[in-house]
Design a protein around this ligand. Structure first.
Ligand SMILES: [Zn+2]
Length: 160
């Protein structure tokens, strides 16, 4: 997917917003992406920006936005409506939405939305690998009651 060159005179941070949104549109599986504006002689914010993507055989569009980045972001939100994060919650790009709140990282062409649920991994030392007690001490605080019960069950059966 190629991105047209940025029009001159756009507000700061606009490139970040646009590239991050286009990355989302791309990851959502859209086949094409384009944006433009309706009013040639209007100020940037009143030009009527739109963004459009080919998605699952249909054309989806976001119209009447103050900048290409805002239009692209609105389009990405439409594509992601109801999309599920790897944590099982709905993807949320704003605090107003319920679900897993994704965060914008990086700047300009490196800007990306990343999931908000990347829990740190639990490092296990080589000496602890065969040591069920040591494992339990590390893993248990991260488990919910259901997982703890299953773990206890497995432990009694000698699986852990
Ligand atoms: Zn998540």
């Amino acid at each position: 997917m190629t991105i047209p060159p940025m029009p001159p005179g756009l507000p700061a941070g606009e490139e970040t917003r646009l590239f991050a949104a286009v990355d989302l549109v791309n990851r959502a599986g859209a086949k094409s992406f384009e944006f433009g504006y309706l009013h040639e002689d209007a100020p940037i914010a009143e030009a009527g920006w739109w963004a459009q993507a080919q998605y699952k055989g249909a054309k989806l569009m976001a119209e009447h936005h103050v900048s290409p980045g805002h239009a692209a972001e609105a389009l990405a939100l439409r594509l992601l409506a109801g999309a599920t994060c790897k944590c099982g919650e709905q993807v949320a790009l704003t605090d107003a939405q319920p679900g897993c709140r994704w965060k914008l990282t990086g700047e300009g062409q490196q800007a990306r939305w990343v999931s908000g649920c990347d829990a740190p991994s639990i490092p296990i030392e080589a000496g602890e690998l065969g040591d069920a007690e040591a494992l339990r001490r590390k893993v248990e605080p991260r488990m919910n009651r259901e997982q703890r019960r299953a773990f206890e069950r497995d432990r009694r059966r000698g699986k852990v």
